[in-house]
Design a protein around this ligand. Structure first.
Ligand SMILES: [Zn+2]
Ligand SMILES: [Zn+2]
Length: 144
């Protein structure tokens, strides 16, 4: 007898949920060094206590904004954090300045807040969130 069709959650989805629910080790989400390359406009780098090094571009961070509005918008369009919105096909697209933060400020001891050059500033990027979405090649390969 086949049990196919009974499972509502695909194996892939279940694996993903496991990943997000898994508690990260303490040292994996404790930053030792945080560098925001605001002037260069390149992005954010963090050295973690467990020896791992992470970096993200500002464009990625802007698209991965964890605030409720951006999160819902991504859920609806099925985008992953950091995945850019599809560009509408128009002949003369309006120039958009690449995302850059005007202000980056620590939030307590657990997160960073970004005030972006497009005026958006409701995202709180926790160490946990950042580490789970580490942009290094090794971690990206694992999450693909
Ligand atoms: Zn947002
Ligand atoms: Zn990594």
């Amino acid at each position: 007898m086949s049990h196919e069709g009974i499972r509502l959650v695909s194996a892939e989805q279940a694996r993903r949920e496991d990943e997000t629910n898994r508690e990260l080790p303490r040292d994996a989400k404790e930053p030792v060094k945080v560098r925001v390359h605001k002037t260069e406009g390149t992005g954010l780098e963090i050295d973690w206590k467990d020896g791992h090094h992470s970096s993200w571009s500002f464009a990625w961070l802007r698209q991965a904004c964890p605030c409720a509005t951006c999160h819902d918008e991504r859920e609806k369009s099925g985008r992953k954090p950091g995945e850019p919105k599809p560009q509408p096909q128009i002949l003369l697209p309006m120039y958009q300045a690449p995302p850059r933060p005007n202000v980056v400020a620590p939030v307590g001891r657990y997160a960073l807040s970004f005030e972006w050059n497009d005026g958006h500033k409701s995202g709180i990027y926790s160490w946990d969130y950042l580490r789970r979405h580490c942009g290094c090649e090794e971690c990206r390969a694992k999450s693909e």
